[in-house]
Design a protein around this ligand. Structure first.
Ligand code: FUB
Ligand code: ZN
Length: 645
């Protein structure tokens, strides 16, 4: 770790995307997902599960007003994770304990979107929500509708489960994005007041607790970066230092003593600085690791960096799907044990992959090692992208690598595996998370430090920096080509372009002195120039470690960063009967599919029989990008295919 080499990602203040592949996806989020979520948050979607999100803020606003006017307000139990008309009073809080976070994530996406594409109608909608949110804030700054509506006297009493600090984290992220996107400060001011209350409440002299679901930590760092107010940084550090200390805070509150290390689910089994393995709830994990990486960079904290590096290594080398999905088990939406990566039971929550991207970018800024950008690319083009339908109107929460619709219906162990994207979820964490990531994609392309600009993702874009202007024209996903025009050069610097690990051959045309360093093409720039790169992007068979039991004897097909899948719509039912030879010619087609000669075995109706070689017929196999699966109705899907002997 060398603090002099730290880089910083370039932000949407500097970077504008204009890319063949991504333009339509960003537009889909802007034109479909954001408006759809606007209605979903207000329960205006027929047939979708209710959100209650805005309804809760309106209820909380009335209570805040009543309190200000000295009126008595009712009390309801705050004792469950999810509230509905069957288990609570109609005037009580409804939905999941973290329901507030849905509108915050929506506002964050809107903030980013308005930055790149001003839109008065959308801004008016967002301002209306912000007014509703701010009316709910109590005089002392507190802002979480569960406790405002149900019981003001119990705030911060169940940090382990009830998500007040999680909702605060999303509030802060949205307020910053909205301020940066529009210049509007109302939500940010409300956030500072809540943040101040939190800083006054949690410290050496106050509560020694920490969030059960991490995110407040990284949000406080963002507030510190924006405001320069050190108390936000101190509270983020406090939360990270207190986590996992013994006796456990949660035990103290619950009046028990945990004998063995517990609280893996919350990554609170030991202190973060001593953690070496990714455990517990995956989204919680990656949000924590992101905040740890933030603190590493701000404090040059070697100990925390070593923990981050070990956890990273554990995730990407033992616990990550080929799609960049993480959190293999439904049991606690959690990381499983090393190499436990079942295809048909995978949890692989969309939010977890998004959090992995957050962690990766922070790590890339610390070391400039390209491995982090490789993982961003993997997660982005596969797990994350697959979570949204092609029309932007339905979503996956869970991202399996093998789907049999009948099993999803009949096998309760696979109830989480949905064979078709859903319109909305009562626990709707993923779609708004996706919206905020895609709307801020421009912040994942470039990093910069004193003497270098790194191009980490090959997304058509333009950027203006202190050193120069850069224009990238990219058809990378189609044919591997990237044309980089550097102009307005104000000082000499190194331009480093990541060479993807799957690229074996490439050509570079560069008038500047160009070498290869640490997996990057390195061009020394001192005047304007154009650099043309062509990466050879060929379809390839990818094997998985034989420690992963589910994939022994199988391979996946990939091209560039894109993982491919077989679907019943192209290949018929019983995808498990298909095989491919390791030498099969993989043909990339103009429509983005890959075809190959393979085989379909004849079905064996006899359950057991003496060994013989299965009879099989040749057939043309069609593979489509994994992110496209499930757009043609309910059907079987497999990422891995058996290798023919
Ligand atoms: O707990 C809040 C969110 O709900 C988590 O991040 C998701 O995994 C889902 O459990
Ligand atoms: Zn989610």
């Amino acid at each position: 770790m060398d603090s002099k080499k730290y880089s910083t990602h370039l932000t949407m203040n500097e970077v504008k995307i204009n890319d063949n592949f991504w333009n339509s996806i960003i537009e889909r989020v802007r034109k479909e997902v954001i408006p759809y979520q606007y209605n979903a948050l207000q329960d205006k979607i027929d047939g979708a599960e209710k959100s209650y999100c805005i309804e809760n803020f309106i209820k909380a606003g009335k209570i805040a007003e009543a309190i200000k006017n000295g009126k008595n307000v009712p009390v309801y139990p705050a004792d469950k994770w999810v509230y509905d008309d069957n288990n609570c009073d109609e005037n009580a809080f409804h939905g999941w304990v973290f329901q507030d976070s849905d509108v915050y994530k929506w506002l964050e996406a809107v903030g980013y979107s308005l930055k790149s594409q001003p839109d008065e109608k959308l801004k008016a909608q967002a301002d209306k929500f912000i007014d509703i949110i701010c009316k709910a804030q109590l005089d002392n700054g507190y802002l979480d509708t569960l406790y405002i509506i149900n019981n003001r006297d119990e705030v911060f009493t169940n940090l382990k489960d009830f998500h007040e600090l999680y909702c605060f984290g999303h509030l802060a992220e949205s307020a910053i994005a909205y301020y940066q996107g529009t210049g509007e400060k109302k939500l940010l001011e409300a956030t500072y007041r809540f943040a101040d209350l939190i800083c006054d409440t949690f410290n050496e002299k106050g509560i020694h607790g920490y969030p059960g679901h991490e995110i407040a930590e990284l949000a406080l760092v963002k507030l510190y970066n924006l405001s320069g107010n050190k108390k936000y940084l101190d509270t983020a550090s406090f939360f990270i230092e207190e986590r996992g200390k013994k006796p456990y805070y949660y035990d103290i509150v619950l009046g028990k003593e945990t004998v063995n290390d517990n609280y893996h689910y919350n990554q609170a089994h030991i202190q973060p600085k001593d953690q070496t393995e990714a455990v517990g709830h995956a989204v919680r994990g990656v949000y924590l690791y992101s905040a740890m990486a933030d603190l590493v960079k701000i404090n040059n904290d070697d100990e925390l960096y070593n923990a981050c590096a070990k956890i990273w290594d554990n995730i990407v080398n033992k616990k990550m799907y080929i799609t960049g999905g993480i959190g293999a088990t439904v049991d606690g939406e959690a990381f499983s044990f090393n190499y436990d990566l079942p295809n048909d039971l995978a949890y692989s929550e969309t939010c977890a992959s998004i959090g992995l991207i957050f962690f990766a970018r922070r790590m890339s800024e610390i070391s400039n090692d390209k491995i982090y950008s490789e993982v961003i690319e993997r997660a982005l083009y596969n797990c994350v992208l697959s979570s949204m339908a092609e029309d932007g109107k339905s979503f996956f929460y869970v991202n399996p690598l093998e789907v049999l619709p009948e099993a999803s219906r009949k096998d309760s162990r696979k109830r989480h595996i949905k064979p078709i994207r859903q319109k909305w979820f009562s626990c709707a964490c993923c779609p708004p998370n996706l919206a905020r990531l895609i709307s801020s994609l421009s912040e994942y392309i470039f990093n910069e430090n004193d003497n270098t600009i790194f191009i980490n993702q090959f997304i058509g874009s333009q950027v203006k920096t202190k050193k120069c202007d850069i224009y990238i024209e990219s058809s990378f996903i189609e044919d591997g080509k990237i044309d980089i025009t550097v102009s307005n050069v104000k000082e000499s610097f190194s331009l480093k372009v990541r060479i993807p690990e799957y690229v074996k051959n490439y050509t570079v045309k560069s008038p500047a002195y160009t070498t290869v360093q640490d997996g990057y093409i390195n061009a020394e720039i001192d005047k304007e120039c154009e650099i043309n790169i062509c990466f050879e992007i060929k379809p390839r068979l990818v094997k998985c470690s034989n420690r992963v039991r589910a994939n022994v004897g199988k391979a996946a097909i990939c091209r560039g960063p894109i993982v491919y899948a077989l679907e019943e719509a192209d290949n018929g039912k019983d995808l498990q009967m298909l095989t491919i030879n390791q030498n099969a010619q993989l043909i990339y087609n103009d429509d983005g599919s890959i075809t190959a000669q393979g085989y379909r075995e004849e079905p064996d109706d006899t359950l057991y029989y003496d060994y013989n070689v299965s009879r099989k017929e040749e057939m043309k196999l069609t593979f489509i990008p994994y992110y496209k699966w499930g757009n043609r109705g309910e059907n079987e899907m497999n990422v891995y295919i058996r290798l023919d002997k």
